[in-house]
Ligand binder design. Structure first.
Ligand code: ADA
Length: 634
């Protein structure tokens, strides 16, 4: 038998008492830090996953799909001679292999390259048939050839496009894509925009065999009313042969058949609309983001498409925004698709991580200058983050806006954005653009753009974002007045956290409400200040984390504290790469370093300030917030 010394026995005895006491005492235990704050999706999905890795759910159960991601042969074409030299028919010796989805500007060798570049890969078609090639996004211009034959082109970097090829034989084929990421004064976005124009096929790409008549897309609009929700379905079909057809169209929600009717279809792009009723629908909200799965199919299940939708209603009551009849205030972050290693081609794990960080921030909203990756939108749906979507019409001058070419691009980008994102319950608003400095001089243009936007979709709020609390006659045209505002100036060379400045900008803000007392106002950007992650100093020293944190906390607190302001989004989520022309121009470095997390997503002090602010804001305790933050008031 083993003997213990008296001292050892005493220690054991004490531990025996102490340990259970420690474990029971809530004060002494460490707070639980969950490995993830993302809850599993609420609702039914059509399948466990999308084999094309493009969405968070499977989009078809009938179409054989061919993944076109992976390594493509790559060659730059700085002189722009590739088309005359027929690269599409005989591809030159590749300079390297490029990962798709990907951007060449994340490769050291092409870090600064802006110009035309060619990509080529081979793929196998399993059976003869009609082939649809679908690109989720290529920046900025793309021309596509298959087996040496030109099949089409697309301008615009943020929305999908597809081409259909008739009777493609079984066997090996070659696709060649010319991508050009040069921007101009008339491109959308324009040249010199404050984010990097990463070039490449940077979002998912795949091919799929489709029958003669197939579904291109379908929209589900929900109109809840008591226990009955009307679903308005609009199906966009493609019938390249143009041959007249009679087809039975069926619609299911969560596997339950709700509609099946035969329709006469004419033309190459027939549209079919119908309504069905969903009883006792569960509502979607940030607290309970419940999703439904819908399937549209054509006769004998020869073709189908899945989507997800949520039942929710955003309405206005004077200056208040209501979600499902209750007051709703946004607390959000501006998000660019950007990462130092991946550029704009965010891989799924980074998208998921961004969503996770935004949730941890206590946010319920995201805003972006352009439609983000489709998977990002899916995650917003699942996690109850509302999304302010925007056409990348950023800081156009009056002259640029007067150009019919620019106006048409804004319209077509707007229509494409709605076409792609209409079903996401997360979509809160569509914005026509951001910070046109002399927007009042372009009143007629803005008016016609707003009218166009409303003719495309009248079920979401339409807005346009001004800079620096500006407003005018144009604001009266909008459902929501959006403005970018910060309590202190963003680009003063020295310390600017002075109370005079702060008070003046608050007075500017108040003028909006005085002019439009019945319109909701959202601070689409607040708190912007650059900081060097990890560099600390006294609160007023520019580019320190403390300086940024103070900016974010003050403008968030004093701006959002007004009842007539329906929320705001911090500028910005993470540090992002910008165009070389901004290098040192009032900047910390060439990047836009106003992220509340750094480019690799490590939190800065401002993140924690914002977390506290949003937590209290969303709990509706603005007055306690006021007294807390008084201490830091200049
Ligand atoms: C504006 C603009 C942003 C960014 C920001 C900044 O608010 O909308 O895209 O450029 O300024 O960092 O200066």
């Amino acid at each position: 038998m083993k003997h213990f010394s008296p001292l050892y026995s005493l220690m054991l005895l004490l531990l025996g008492f102490l340990l259970p006491a420690l474990a029971q005492s809530p004060d002494r235990s460490f707070p639980q830090i969950p490995p993830s704050v993302l809850a599993p999706a609420l609702g039914e999905s059509s399948d466990a996953g999308d084999p094309m890795a493009s969405r968070l759910f499977r989009t078809t159960s009938t179409r054989p799909q061919i993944q076109l991601g992976g390594f493509w042969d790559f060659v730059t074409d700085p002189q722009g001679k590739g088309e005359s030299a027929r690269y599409f028919a005989s591809f030159p010796t590749p300079e390297t292999r490029m990962w798709v989805p990907g951007t060449w500007n994340s490769y050291a060798r092409y870090w600064h390259y802006e110009g035309p570049a060619w990509l080529r890969r081979k793929f196998e078609v399993p059976a003869e048939g009609q082939l649809r090639l679908r690109f989720a996004g290529a920046f900025y211009l793309a021309k596509v050839w298959v087996d040496g034959k030109f099949i089409g082109e697309h301008e615009g970097g943020y929305t999908p496009f597809s081409f259909v090829l008739d009777r493609v034989p079984k066997g090996e084929h070659e696709v060649v894509v010319l991508v050009d990421n040069r921007l101009t004064d008339e491109s959308l976005p324009k040249k010199g925009v404050d984010w990097f124009p990463y070039g490449g096929i940077y979002r998912s790409v795949y091919a799929e065999l489709v029958p003669g008549l197939f579904i291109d897309n379908f929209h589900v609009t929900t109109v809840p009313s008591g226990g009955r929700t009307t679903l308005q379905i609009k199906a966009f079909l493609r019938n390249p042969s143009g041959q007249e057809r009679r087809e039975r169209i069926a619609f299911e929600v969560n596997g339950k058949a709700l509609y099946a009717e035969t329709h006469n279809l004419t033309g190459t792009a027939p549209e079919v609309s119908f309504t069905v009723v969903l009883d006792n629908a569960r509502l979607w909200s940030p607290e309970s983001p419940f999703l439904y799965s819908a399937r549209l199919s054509l006769q004998d299940n020869r073709d189908d498409q899945f989507t997800r939708f949520g039942v929710r209603s955003f309405t206005l009551d004077g200056y208040r925004v209501l979600l499902n009849g209750k007051r709703f205030k946004l607390a959000g972050a501006n998000h660019h698709d950007d990462h130092p290693d991946w550029g704009s081609a965010l891989p799924p794990h980074i998208i998921r991580q961004d969503i996770e960080i935004i949730k941890r921030m206590g946010a319920n909203a995201v805003r972006s200058h352009y439609p983000n990756d489709e998977m990002f939108m899916d995650y917003c749906d699942e996690n109850g983050l509302v999304f302010m979507n925007e056409v990348p019409a950023w800081q156009y001058s009056t002259k640029q806006l007067a150009s019919p070419a620019v106006q048409n691009k804004i319209k077509s980008q707007f229509a494409d954005m709605v076409y792609r994102d209409m079903n996401h319950p997360c979509v809160f608003s569509w914005s026509l653009g951001n910070e046109w400095p002399e927007f009042e001089k372009s009143y007629d243009v803005v008016k016609s753009l707003v009218e166009y936007a409303k003719s495309v979709d009248s079920t979401h709020f339409i807005t346009y974002v001004t800079g620096g609390a500006k407003f005018g006659k144009v604001s009266g045209l909008l459902d929501i007045i959006s403005t970018n505002w910060a309590q202190y100036q963003w680009y003063d060379p020295f310390t600017v956290l002075d109370s005079e400045e702060g008070t003046k900008s608050l007075a500017d803000l108040d003028k909006i409400h005085a002019a439009f007392p019945d319109k909701p106002v959202i601070l689409t950007e607040f708190g912007g200040a650059e900081s060097q992650a990890g560099w600390h100093n006294w609160g007023n020293v520019k580019w320190s984390e403390e300086y940024q944190a103070r900016n974010v906390a003050d403008s968030g607190h004093y701006g959002l504290d007004r009842d007539w302001i329906s929320g705001g989004c911090v500028w910005q989520f993470c540090d992002t790469r910008s165009v070389p022309s901004r290098f040192l121009g009032g900047r910390l470095h060439g990047w836009n370093a106003k992220g509340v997390v750094d480019s690799y997503r490590a939190p800065k002090l401002a993140f924690h300030k914002l977390q506290e602010l949003f937590y209290l804001y969303r709990r509706g305790t603005d007055s306690s917030l006021q007294s807390r933050n008084r201490e830091t008031t200049p």
